[in-house]
Design a protein around this ligand. Sequence first.
Ligand code: BGC
Length: 762
Amino acid sequence: MKKNLLIIASVLITTVAIAQSSSQTSKDVKMHQFVNGLLAKMTLEEKLGQLNLPASSDFVTGSVSSSDIAEKVKAGKVGGVFNIRSVTKIKELQQFAVNNTRLHIPLLFGMDVIHGYRTIFPIPLGMSATWDMQLVERSARIAASEASADGIQWTFSPMVDLTRDPRWGRVSEGNGEDAFLSSAIAKAMVHGYQGDDLAAPNTILSCVKHYALYGAAEGGRDYNTTDMSRVRMYNEYFPPYKAAVDAGVASVMVSFNEIDGVPASGNKWLVDDVLRKQWKFGGFVVSDYTGIPEMTNHGMGDFQTVNALSLNAGVDMDMVGEGFLTTLKKSMQEGKVTLAQINKACERILISKYELGLFDDPYRYCNEQRSATEVFTATNRAEARNIAAQSFVLLKNNNVLPIAAGKKIALVGPLANAKENMTGTWSVGADNTMSITLLKGLSDAIGTNGKVVYALGANLEDDVEMQKRQTMFGKDIARDGRTAAQLIQEAISVSADADVIVAALGEGAESSGESASKSNIDMPEAQKRLLKALVATGKPVVLVLFNGRPITLNWENENVPAILDVWFAGSEAGDAIADALLGKVNPSGKLSMSFPQNVGQIPLYYNHKNTGRPLTGKWFSKFQSNYIDVSNEPLYPFGYGLSYTKFEYGDIQLSAKQLKGNQKLTVSVNVKNTGTVAGKEVVQLYIRDEVGTITRPVQELKGFNKVELAAGESKNINFEITPELLKFYNSNLKYDWEAGDFQIMVGPNSRDVKTVKINWSK
Ligand code: BGC
């Protein structure tokens, strides 16, 4: 009887599966018929037009039909436009395109929706510090729903460029130094943006970027050369891009940098072989902003040559360069590219438009009603406040935080009341005048139950020019013309009868982001001077650190009793920081990037190799791999972050110590909240593959679990390890695992782990 039921159930499941896959196929057949039918009607010029992606700047303020772009649209020379921040303008331009072009093909509207659209979440580096994939996905979901309500159908996100160099400004836009964590984030973001149905009016195309290795720019200088072994690419830098592809990302943006001597924008091995053939990516590839013509500067040939190179490499869409539009016909006539290649690129873009449902309804994403009611809503802002608070990393706390009720707080520093800076870099859709400052957030939260007094204390930088560079794009922080000494004096007297001083210091919003590399990542001198004076008062000082990258904090760590890293937390920053300072939220973020002691240690990352002469004893040891003047340790390691409570880790329990073949290993550890308040802990699992046919890292993150524990509560946290997790690319780029001894490590960060050993045979 049971057996019969089982058979019936399995028949039913198979029938449903067949029905689903056949409806999928018939949908696909319909789509391909439609797209091929359209292609057959298109002229070569119209096809090249689809590959052209200009920026919006020339008509955002004027009327669409009189703009430069209108002429091009009318002539069928535009496939999409990006960074228009107005549903009305988008609708107008879409109508213009549909009504005035021969084949009525709708435009694709893109934007850099990087960490939220109007409701802004923490910068991606901060989001990654949540280690909470549900929250990450949720932030992308809200971003997609707000952006799509405003006419946007495509975001240039997520950026998953792995990086080990905090001098590089774009670390703020990525997920830090680890491939495993970044891959999980890539997957969550793609799903958050795209949902399960691209044609739904509140989902948008995602674009993973910048493929590839952009984060490995030499010296941390933006756009600089990258050069690395294939083994390193495949094992360390590629996985997050691949994770996005596996998650079904609709588009990929190639990077500015070169790889093996060929810029990504024209690198056939990278795009055609790896991305399309090895990873089976089926969507379209877009260049970065003028990335194609920039290949001329790289020394790859003249304008026509580099455009042909790019199409030949497999790039489908040309962002801003306009060379696909203007040179590919000639290249085709000269036999340098083929019509089949142009058809293919055009087909891929048309398919994306089809999948978005634009051929059914070009105005699907132009709903003024939605724009008016679904953007920057109280609900979205409340979620953003909650998410922001989860991204904060408590770097140090000598019993100063949380600040008890009824206290008098002196809030000091150039970032305490800097509204425009709260959203951080790359917040194109934001209305920065709506951001909540820390002064407002803290004052509102304290109300009459205590007091907040405020002083500026210092300019962001002593040097006017340096300040300007870090506060571009409307992120101004007004300068105070008084001398540094006068500003500090005012701060000291304002703090005179305060119980605690909160110093809101760090970087300006544009100190990180694109083309914002730094050779010195210390706290700016003007602010450090202030901080020293505040600490010298002998009052408890909390450093609330605003930063888009790891910064060097040796003095601060030595001398300031509490440090809370709040990154750039978004439009709701001020409320969220107040929640954390006052203990309404217990900080639970963990670093996704090591904080070095000094820039000379860079690149500094937890999953390094052992070398033939590892430092075995104490620093300094002659003829071992270390420095004379600084230890090998980071100031704060990867995975690090404190809480207002304490967590105690039990010993690691294993389901077996000897495993074979495809068995599964269960790793369990008991984690107990031994403090007096509830808190969340990110329990981290690392492994070390002790012997390999190529050298293996001393540690690799292979699992994490963010768990909430009430005071006194304990939970068993389980991780499962299968051989799949042990795989890596060997010297022949074969992806497999190798038998042998492994260390299994569990802990609250990459440094403070407990370790056991196992053996896994084939
Ligand atoms: C950046 C990309 C961005 C593009 C469009 C480029 O400069 O590198 O990340 O998506 O501009 O704004």
